[in-house]
Every structure is written in C-alpha cells, then in structure tokens.
Design a protein. Structure first.
Length: 317
C-alpha cells in the first residue's frame, strides 16, 4: 500500500485541516456512487479512505510518523514488543524474575555456583508467547467521510457504500440530515481480539451542493425565473421542490425578489413529520431577442408612464 501522505497528495507536515480538505476533495471525485461502474474510481476511493484512516486521525498519524504502525494501521512487531517491554513492571520484564543481590529469585539463575538452566529459559519463552497469543482487547474505531446528495440528505435515503477494506455496508441516512453530522455504525470498526467486540465506524456526512436549492435551517430556498408578461399579468407556473415539481401562482404585478412561501415543503425536522417551508424568489427575465417593435412600444409606454427605477427613498436619485 502506498504512503498515505502521497495517496492524499499532502506533505508530511500538512495540518489536520489540510489533510481533511484533501481527503474530502478526493472522496468526492472518486466515490463509487458518483462514478457508477468505474472500477478505477472505486479502487482510488478505497485507497484514499484507507490513507485518511491513518493520517486523518491525529493519534494514528502520530504513531505512523513514529514508525509504530504501518500504512495499513497494523502495529509493527518490533515496536509492539518494545512497547510491551517498556510498559511492563520493571520487576517483570524478564519472565517474572527479580534480581536480589546474590541471584534471581525463581530458579533460572541462583548464584555464581549454579549452572545455567537452558530448559527453564525455553519454558519462559513459551510461557511468554502464550501470554501474547492470549491478548484480549476491543477493536479500534474507524472514521470515514461520506458524500451524500443534497436531496438524499433532505428526504432520507439508504446507501450501500464500499469501505476501504472491501466490505460493503448499508447505511440509513435519516431525513433532514445536516452537513457534518456523524453516523455511528456499531460493530463495524476494527475487529476485537480474544473474543472482544469490534470497534465502531463513525461516518461524517458531507452534503453535496445542489444546482437549484439552498438550505437555511429547516427551510429550502430557490429562485424561479418568470417572463415579464407573467409578472405583469400573473400566471400559474411549474416550480421544482425537494418533493418534485408543483404549480405555483405568480401574483399579478409581481416584481423581482417577490417571494412565494410553500408551507410544509421544506426539510423534515422531527419524528412527527413536521417540516420547514420552501421559499421561492421570483426573478423577472427580460425578453430574449427583443425586436424593434417591442423597443418602440416600451419607449412609447414609458413616455406616457414615467418610470423611476433608481429613485431612492426620500425623493433622491
């Protein structure tokens, strides 16, 4: 596996914020949901996710930089044994014997006149190996970032995602999910040892922008282009919402920035089904390819009906 810094395209002295930004960009570019059928994108997504799992976690990054774990997160044997030695009781580092002046209490070496007992030494080695093999401990937690479409975050969705280790998970995105919220997947982290439970997976949701909709709290905002004629005369026009297209009524004499409120068409925010509103801002679009006839008509009309679009309050212009 490649160096995680190189995989994410950052230097070894990059800040955690720089690493997070690099990962989010790469995850967005390579996520399988956004590149259906692209096996190379899926492979790259697994690589960048695995790299982020190491250097995106400050504690793991510190241990990786110190050479204690490798790029897969596995502990390097020589480091593990050294740490077990360093953290052990000073009186227990060498098979449980303590030196007491004239010899070791316990029998392997009990004074200058006794012979060295090789059989006892090998018994210690096998006994210590048994202790190592019997290690028990819960699995470590893992952290991922998941890009989610805007409408899936608003309406809720079920996603099947590929983890860096090749495992796929079904993830439920609740309706009304917000940017940066974290899903906890119990038992989907690193496996435990000695029968202990696996760790958890924590998935931070990154909501992809929508070309038409914006979210403000529990409300949805969008702009609706209308013609000059629709604004002057009023009209019933189609408008997109997070639930699909609906007919909305443009009031007669509407102006640009006139706002229509569609109650209950916003973001769900509690289990009762309550929702915010959808605010539609009208934008009057000038006629396309105006001809001389229209220009002459407007000039004549404005002469009879003077307009003051730049007049400020108080009569100043």
């Amino acid at each position: 596996m490649a160096d995680p810094y190189k995989t994410l395209g950052v230097s070894k002295d990059a800040s955690q914020d720089e690493i997070r930004k690099a990962y989010r960009k790469l995850a967005k570019d390579t996520h399988p949901d956004l590149n259906p059928g692209d096996t190379e994108a899926e492979r790259r997504f697994k690589e960048v996710s695995a790299a982020n799992d190491i250097v995106g976690d400050p504690e793991k990054r510190k241990r990786f930089d110190a050479g204690e774990i490798d790029e897969t997160g596995a502990e390097k044997p020589e480091r593990r044994y050294y740490r077990e030695y360093a953290e052990a009781d000073p009186n227990m580092r060498y098979g449980g014997r303590t030196y007491s002046g004239g010899g070791y209490s316990g029998g392997a070496y009990s004074g200058a006149g006794d012979a060295f007992d090789a059989e006892d030494l090998f018994a210690d080695l096998f006994r210590n190996r048994g202790r190592s093999e019997g290690f028990r401990g819960p699995g470590r937690d893992v952290h991922y970032t998941l890009p989610v479409d805007f409408l899936d975050a608003v309406n809720g969705a079920r996603k099947t995602v590929a983890m860096p280790d090749g495992k796929t998970l079904d993830i439920e995105i609740p309706a009304g999910f917000r940017e940066g919220q974290i899903l906890r997947l119990k038992g989907q982290g690193r496996p435990g040892q000695g029968g202990e439970p696996a760790g958890d997976a924590y998935v931070e949701v990154h909501i992809l922008p929508h070309p038409d909709f914006r979210r403000e709290g529990n409300d949805i905002q969008s702009a609706l282009p209308i013609t000059l004629g629709e604004a002057l005369n009023g009209a019933s026009v189609r408008a997109d919402t997070v639930d699909g297209a609906v007919n909305v009524k443009v009031p007669k004499g509407a102006k640009t920035k006139t706002t229509l409120r569609l109650r209950g068409k916003g973001v769900p925010y509690d289990k009762s089904g309550a929702r915010g509103d959808h605010l539609i801002e009208l934008v009057i679009v000038p006629p396309e390819n105006p001809d001389d006839e229209l220009a002459a008509f407007m000039a004549d009309w404005e002469q009879k009906h003077p307009q003051h679009p730049r007049q400020r309050r108080g009569g100043q212009s």
